[in-house]
Design a protein. Structure first.
Length: 81
């Protein structure tokens, strides 16, 4: 029983850590490409920023769904009886 709980907690920690690490790296790459695009063509700044905001909102929704999945694994786990 204790080994199952520790394995589940380790897996949930890995899921949350790697997903947030990937999210941070992706946002950094997105920000650098957006600044390059605005530097090349400053007239389309409003369109670029609005599309970036839509993309960030979608990514934030996915991160919140990941947190909900992790909390379901922690508290409503079918492997623990």
């Amino acid at each position: 029983m204790e080994s199952t709980i520790s394995a589940i907690l380790g897996a949930v920690g890995n899921i949350m850590g790697f997903s947030l690490l990937g999210f941070g790296i992706g946002i950094g790459i997105l920000g650098s490409k957006i600044s390059e695009a605005i530097g090349r063509n400053p007239e389309v700044k409003n369109e670029i920023v609005s599309s970036m905001m839509i993309l960030l909102i979608i990514l934030s929704i996915f991160i919140l769904l990941m947190f909900a999945f992790c909390f379901m694994l922690l508290f409503f786990n079918p492997f623990m009886s």
